[in-house]
Design a protein around this ligand. Structure first.
Ligand code: ADP
Length: 343
């Protein structure tokens, strides 16, 4: 269904060339759910955007359903693009249009009659279980409902391929599960090939058949899910498994109200996302000392800290409000992003 042959993409920026994708070759079978994983900046989005030519590769070939997209003229490309739906992390709905109008948008110029379009919208609303929301505006919907609308819109032209760029990253775990169920249904019932970028282990394990692991623009490992996760060959994959498991585990523990993440008064549970060059356990202990904040690291493996380009650490801070605020500020000036999970 999708053949990427030696695809590379370089961006020219003011500060020089960025080689976002380097010589990637991938074969994705019809009907497969194919996951693309890797840490932030690995090149996942750029690679997936090359599949529908939202990004034009600098070199290589992109073959979808037997057609070499780089050889097509504008009109031919438009026709092929209709067969490749896409959904995004932040849904990308048109705020001033209703759910039905959003879904109808890709059908413009399709040659369908008004009645046919109305019927199509009806069946898409039924597919995504939003029949009662046809006249609602996106601002009146929950995150999960918005993503359902985006899926219905992406399905309007009966695509053969659906590209999902971090489609569940902005959703809570329960909503994530319902969106994944819908994607699986779409894949099984309609045979749609799905390419899915994610950094969530649950997403990969629950829905993907195969996976490619990216680092620094390259695919470092690819294969059947079971194979890649049980006979992991590459260190990046190992790091990814450890890091993402700790983050999803803490969310699971929080949902269960586990004693591990039950907080005393004044404690804050935070997730630190950092660049290993800028943060280390030394920074955390310096902060604890300077601002008299106690730190209790509950997830975070020092090996992972040293070796991953981007890591995650889950920490409980306790101390005065001022001390914690100063510690958070200090982390930020050291390029560590801090997400408060619970306080
Ligand atoms: P990922 O999806 O794995 O987080 P991306 O594909 O978004 O990675 O980015 C890969 C690299 O390409 C990053 O270094 C990013 O900064 C760079 N990049 C992505 N898009 C552009 C762009 N439009 N212009 C310049 N650099 C870009």
């Amino acid at each position: 269904m999708i053949n990427l042959e030696h695809v590379s993409k370089t961006f020219d920026t003011a500060s020089g060339n960025v080689h976002a994708v380097k010589d990637v070759s991938l074969h994705i079978e019809p009907g497969e759910i194919f996951g693309i994983i890797g840490f932030s900046g690995a090149g996942k989005s750029t690679l997936v955007r090359c599949i529908n030519l939202l990004e034009r590769p600098t070199s290589g070939r992109v073959i979808v359903d037997g057609q070499d997209l780089l050889e097509l003229n504008e009109k031919e490309l438009r026709a092929v693009r209709k067969k490749i739906g896409m959904i995004f992390q932040h849904f990308n709905l048109m705020q001033s249009r209703t759910v039905a109008q959003n879904i109808a948008f890709p059908l413009k110029g399709s040659g369908l009659s008004k009645a046919e379009i109305a019927q199509k919208i009806d069946s898409l609303l039924e597919l995504v279980d939003l029949k009662d929301k046809a006249n609602a505006y996106p601002s009146q919907l929950s995150g999960g409902q918005k993503q359902r609308v985006a899926i219905a819109r992406a399905m309007a032209n009966d695509p053969k391929v659906l590209l999902c760029d971090e489609a569940t990253s902005a959703l809570d775990p329960q909503t994530t599960q319902s969106i994944l169920k819908l994607l699986k249904e779409v894949n099984e019932r309609m045979g749609i090939t799905i390419v899915l970028i994610t950094h969530e282990m649950a997403v990969i394990k629950d829905v993907c058949h195969k996976v490619a692991v990216m680092e620094n623009g390259c695919v470092v490992e690819t294969g059947e899910i079971v194979e890649v996760f049980t006979h992991t060959k590459h260190q990046v994959t190992k790091n990814f498994i450890e890091t993402t498991s700790s983050v999803s585990r803490i969310h699971e523990l929080m949902a269960q109200d586990s004693p591990i993440c039950r907080l005393k008064a004044g404690e804050v549970l935070v997730q630190l996302k950092y660049d290993a060059n800028n943060a280390s356990e030394a920074l955390i202990s310096k902060i604890s000392r300077d601002y008299q904040v106690d730190t209790n690291i509950i997830f975070g493996n020092i090996e992972v800290i040293r070796h991953t380009p981007i890591g995650d650490l889950i920490v409980i801070f306790s101390g005065s409000k001022e001390g914690i605020d100063q510690a958070v500020e200090c982390l930020k000036t050291n390029h560590v992003s801090v997400e408060v999970l619970k306080q």
